[in-house]
Design a protein around this ligand. Structure first.
Ligand code: UDP
Length: 327
């Protein structure tokens, strides 16, 4: 009988981390989840606590990380990931991408584990080429409100590559584009939960700017499949994973109104500083290297996600402030 491989997943109680825990459990790994619960929520993984091949550590990876026993893989998914969060917790955002990554790379070296880091389309900043291929170096403002996230993630890629070339560590870098699905925080300020929350409360949908900026939304199951394949590939350079189906934010608002069967109005609010005008992944690499492409259409994915948000307790739907449940 083959021995079970062990994977450490940081940010395990978050949106993407919790879906990754589910996937690795399904593939019969031993999963060690880690999270400091600043933006994560234990309800996302509470169904796993009864399993003998799941363990959870409440720990901040910006501090020294200790895990007993063997580790085969580390997936570093701990980080705030919405512009509202960067504004509220900018220092933690910088630390988890920089100090946290350094600690985990050290752990990966000590355990001879393969490390995959969650990078982001934000490394491209407000891109001047569309779609964005991995070779594009980006257009990032280091001192703007998004700088704390963008630059932490750029540093994260740089230090990960340095551990790969200098120490020969096995590393993988996924650049994640906008992703959605069940377990997103309804109040994290991102456009999809914001619009669905507003529709459910009977409020107008808040379009920032004129709504001509574009995004390309990937359903979470597709993303997890791409990450799973990348981890098991032998490719150490960054790979974009996202859905290239690009849409303007105004069109997206109209889709949400149709989806929710409401007749809410769209209202305009000021465009946040450095808000990227366009974003769409070039997924040529992922297709060629991993045989991966997204399978779930936006209409299918949005239906599932809407059902999830509708099923939340009413108190949560009505509670629209950008606060954290765990504080
Ligand atoms: N946005 C919006 N209304 C909202 C929240 C966001 O129009 O209530 C816009 C935002 O300005 C951006 C896009 O939707 O252009 C996506 O924003 P999000 O915060 O989800 O993620 P980003 O891709 O900007 O990191």
């Amino acid at each position: 009988m083959a021995t079970r491989k062990t994977v450490l997943i940081t940010g395990a109680a978050g949106f993407l981390g919790s879906h990754l825990c589910d996937r690795f459990i399904k593939e019969d790994y031993k999963v060690i989840g880690m999270d400091n619960l600043i933006t994560g929520d234990l309800r996302n993984i509470e169904h796993l606590f009864k399993l003998e091949n799941f363990e959870f550590y409440n720990h901040d990876v910006s501090k020294f990380v200790y895990v007993p026993g063997e580790l085969d893989y580390i997936l570093h998914f701990a980080s705030p990931a919405s512009p509202i969060d960067y504004l509220k917790i900018p220092i933690q955002t910088l630390k988890v991408g920089s100090l946290g990554t350094h600690n985990l790379l050290g752990l990966a070296r000590a355990k001879k584990a393969r490390m995959l880091i969650a990078s982001t389309s934000e490394v491209y900043g407000d891109p001047s080429v569309n779609p964005q291929p991995e070779e594009y170096w980006g257009n990032v403002n280091p001192v703007g409100p998004r700088g704390v996230y963008d630059e932490a993630k750029r540093f994260q890629e740089a230090i990960t590559m340095a551990y790969h070339t200098f120490h020969g560590l096995e590393t993988r870098i996924v650049r994640i584009f906008n992703t959605y699905g069940p377990r997103m925080r309804l109040n994290d300020g991102r456009v999809l939960p914001a619009f669905i929350g507003q529709a459910l409360r009977g409020e107008p949908l808040t379009i920032f700017g004129d709504g001509s900026q574009t995004r390309s939304f990937c359903y979470v199951d597709d993303l997890v499949e791409g990450i799973y394949r990348l981890l098991h590939s032998d490719y150490a350079q960054p790979v974009n994973i996202g859905n290239p189906d690009e849409i303007t934010i105004r069109q997206f608002g109209e889709e949400i109104i149709k989806l929710t069967g409401t007749d809410q109005k769209l209202i305009s609010l000021p465009l946040p500083t450095d808000d990227p005008k366009q974003r769409r992944p070039d997924i040529t690499k992922a297709k060629a290297l991993l045989g991966w492409e997204p399978k779930v259409s936006r209409s299918e994915g949005l239906k599932i996600t809407y059902e999830y948000f509708k099923s939340l307790p009413e108190k949560e739907i009505l509670h629209k402030d950008f606060t954290y449940y765990n504080k």
